[in-house]
Design a protein around this ligand. Sequence first.
Ligand SMILES: Cc1cc2nc3c(=O)[nH]c(=O)nc-3n(C[C@H](O)[C@H](O)[C@H](O)COP(=O)(O)OP(=O)(O)OC[C@H]3O[C@@H](n4cnc5c(N)ncnc54)[C@H](O)[C@@H]3O)c2cc1C
Length: 309
Amino acid sequence: MRFDVLVIGAGPAGLTAGLYVSRAGWRAACLERLAPGGQAALTSRVDNYPGFDEPVSGFELCRRMEAQAKRFGVEVVQGEAQGLAVAAGSVVVRSAEATLRADAVVVASGARPRELGVPGETELRGKGVSYCATCDGPFFRNQAVAVVGGGDSAVEEAMFLARLCSRVYLVHRRDEFRAVKTVVERALNDTKIVPVQSAVVTRIAGTDGVEAVEVRNVSTGATDRLEVAGVFVYVGLLPNSEFLAGQVARDGAGYVITDEDMLTSAPGVFAAGDVRKKSLRQISTAVGDGAIAAMSAVRHLQGLRAQSR
Ligand SMILES: Cc1cc2nc3c(=O)[nH]c(=O)nc-3n(C[C@H](O)[C@H](O)[C@H](O)COP(=O)(O)OP(=O)(O)OC[C@H]3O[C@@H](n4cnc5c(N)ncnc54)[C@H](O)[C@@H]3O)c2cc1C
């Protein structure tokens, strides 16, 4: 398969990049290993994406992004990029199913949740341990759950769970939540949300399913056991960039390094969205990156075509 621009990932950054490339008259495809929408599609409620005066579900927002991209001719190809190489002016992307070639590639493979790394987490994953409240929250209707983390995602998802669950412990290792003030205030006004501050999870207990989380207060050393049926983990991200190893420069955490035009260290390879080294990982910034990367890729194509004339 050959495209003018191949976008790796069909989250907000990838769908936007595809839209801009296609709308400029070039053939674009998004290679997606799961379903289009990325992390944003798994977000229960989006309050801060411009253009929506009422909250919109992440799923609905991404459904519209996908439909809009397809209206301009973006193809979505199912598959997972496993390797990438730049050779003689074109970029070759390897997936399990096919070898795809393009004159330019936009890496928009986003990020995935970081794990807590405590005993019980791996064993009970899918049996009460989850990284997606929208996907798994309804399984815990009228039961107690714990959310681990203190940023926007943790606090927003705790509020989503509070509408379903009998009680939501919000466990955070610091004494103050990192999430924006208005969101924290709303959460702390919810009587079903019980903040457990300055505490770290030391173990997730259970045999066939989660039965409790064990926590330790970081100031006093005191331990406690919270009886819960589910644990939702929101303690940060890891970039989906392993397949770029040795081909594209990344920082120590694995985030792709770009210039302001989204160009990476490899000619013809651009990056956009959460996979990129940057200070704010949001839908609005992913979309902005996607547009810039697309137009840089188009300029790259125009340069290649001018050379070959
Ligand atoms: C719980 C939660 C709540 C959030 N709430 C908000 C919010 O309210 N407002 C806001 O602005 N932002 C929010 N965010 C952040 C927002 O979702 C992300 O910033 C945004 O989705 C990043 O878009 P992206 O396209 O860069 O990456 P992603 O959304 O991560 O999309 C990347 C896509 O690439 C695919 N992919 C990965 N690797 C490969 C590969 N090797 N081959 C093929 N495909 C691949 C993935 O399957 C995925 O579909 C939230 C995030 C989370 C987790």
